[in-house]
Design a protein around this ligand. Structure first.
Ligand SMILES: CC(C)(COP(=O)(O)OP(=O)(O)OC[C@H]1O[C@@H](n2cnc3c(N)ncnc32)[C@H](O)[C@@H]1OP(=O)(O)O)[C@@H](O)C(=O)NCCC(=O)NCCS
Length: 426
């Protein structure tokens, strides 16, 4: 990680401070070599005051344990029939795994505790078949979980539920994670999945509205991809109940967790419920909308006049702020390689979303981009937002002669008499 990665992460810190993330780990991932990296990533999240609840599956461990004792498990993922022998093996395997996770969390100095927080009843007889010791999640013990979280302790929840009579039931961990997130009003569920490809090898889109995720589930054929579809289904349901983001990540991929949480683009698939914001490149089909967006600001001389062709010619410089699929803002970075500097230009945020911090985000985005390109300075020209650039963007006013020669010529011939603002990128 370099300094600019850290700066990018810091943008998210105020937004996520004290928020709850439910991290759901498949048993196979908890047993994988990548799990030690995941533990470190969790330590990073905790260091940024993000509250974490860890829910784990145990299917992988149950299969191994059943083999050892020579039984054929009636079901391993907590969705089918759990007979008595399978329940016993499941309890041994799941609780053992919980303990191993607690040991792992201790190695990265994280305080954690086994949380018996799922209250379950028998799933009962469904379609004429008695599910025996498979549980239906009745409720989540929110008070207990909040007490642990308030003490800075990570609750670790196995895929088991208990009823008031002290009976244990096997529950599905994807479902448990979604229920826990709903009950705690968590900001995110992050599934670290053993399976991320659709049957047939396809991948999920990066962003899915709830309806898209539900549509994927509807189009499912046969039982292939159960592990993935279960996350889509419960994730979409949790989203409908108010959890704003559900992330489906490859649990075998190093740094997937941090890359997903702390970047605009993300690395996995994400189901979103409410406004989804992203900063992405401008495509040819966006240029007309973008022109309409900034027209008023060009007319009132806030922004320099640009023609459609000007934007098309330098399209790779332009970025769009998209909120809920709607182009809501824009910004550009024009690079002057010889002078090792760049111009932050065409910064605009639609009035409907003014004062929500988008302008600051767009400036920070360009700043990071400029750093990645190895630029030493950023400048901006402004007629009416120079205070904004100084107070919110860290720019200071300089003489026009500080501009790169080519830009100075354009400035002198343009006649806008904008103020010239500069900032060093160190
Ligand atoms: C300037 C602009 C990008 C700000 O975007 P935004 O997303 O609404 O602003 P943010 O949410 O990031 O910041 C809001 C803060 O900036 C202040 N602010 C907004 N516009 C300002 C301006 N022109 N001058 C001084 N301060 C300004 C707000 O009062 C608010 O202050 P607060 O946090 O102390 O309450 C937006 O108003 C815009 O598109 N203006 C028209 C185009 C323009 O002038 N672009 C700049 C070209 S260099």
């Amino acid at each position: 990680m370099n300094a600019s990665d850290l700066r990018e992460i810091l943008q998210y810190v105020p937004r996520f401070r004290e928020k709850i993330f439910v991290v759901a780990v498949d048993g196979e991932i908890a047993a994988s070599p990548n799990f030690s990296n995941i533990l470190l990533d969790l330590a990073v999240l905790r260091s940024l005051s993000i509250r974490i609840v860890l829910v784990h599956g145990a299917s992988h461990q149950i299969q191994i344990a059943a083999k050892k004792v020579g039984i054929e498990p009636s079901n391993t993922d907590g969705t089918g029939i759990t007979d008595k022998a399978t329940l016993e093996v499941s309890m041994d395997a799941a609780v053992r795994l919980t303990h191993e996770i607690l040991e792992g969390l201790a190695t990265v100095d994280l305080r954690a505790a086994y949380a018996n927080a799922i209250v379950a009843h028998p799933a009962g007889i469904l379609g004429g078949v008695d599910r025996r010791h498979t549980g239906r999640i009745e409720r989540v013990d929110v008070k207990f979980l909040r007490t642990l979280l308030d003490e800075g302790i990570i609750p670790v929840i196995p895929p088991l539920g208990v009823d008031g009579e002290g009976h244990t039931y096997r529950v599905n961990s994807d479902h448990a994670a979604a229920e826990v997130a709903e009950a705690l009003h968590a900001t995110k569920v992050i599934y670290l999945s053993a399976e991320t490809r659709l049957p047939g090898g396809g991948v999920l889109p990066r962003q899915l509205a709830i309806a898209d995720a539900e549509e994927f589930c509807k189009r499912r054929v046969g039982s292939a991809g159960t592990n993935l579809y279960s996350k889509l289904e419960y994730g979409a349901k949790a989203c409908r109940q108010g959890v704003s983001r559900i992330h489906l990540l490859d649990g075998h991929a190093d740094e997937a967790l941090l890359d997903e949480v702390f970047s605009n683009e993300g690395v996995g698939a994400m189901i979103y419920s409410n406004e989804y914001q992203q900063i992405r490149r401008i495509f040819k089909k966006d240029v007309r909308t973008m022109m309409a967006l900034i027209r008023q600001s060009m007319e009132s001389e806030e922004l320099m006049r640009r023609r459609r062709t000007d934007i098309l010619e330098r399209m790779q410089d332009y970025w769009a702020l998209v909120i809920d699929g709607k182009l809501t803002g824009c910004v550009a970075l024009h690079v002057y390689p010889e002078e090792e500097c760049g111009e932050l230009a065409c910064l605009y945020v639609h009035k409907d979303h003014a004062n929500e911090g988008h302008g600051i985000r767009l400036m920070a985005f360009i700043e990071n981009l400029a750093r990645e390109k190895g630029l030493k300075r950023l400048f901006a020209l402004s007629t009416q937002a120079y205070n904004y650039l100084q107070i919110k963007g860290g720019f200071h006013e300089v003489e026009p002669r500080m501009l790169p020669a080519a830009r100075l010529r354009k400035y002198e011939s343009g006649g806008r008499q904008s103020k010239v603002l500069m900032r060093e990128l160190n």
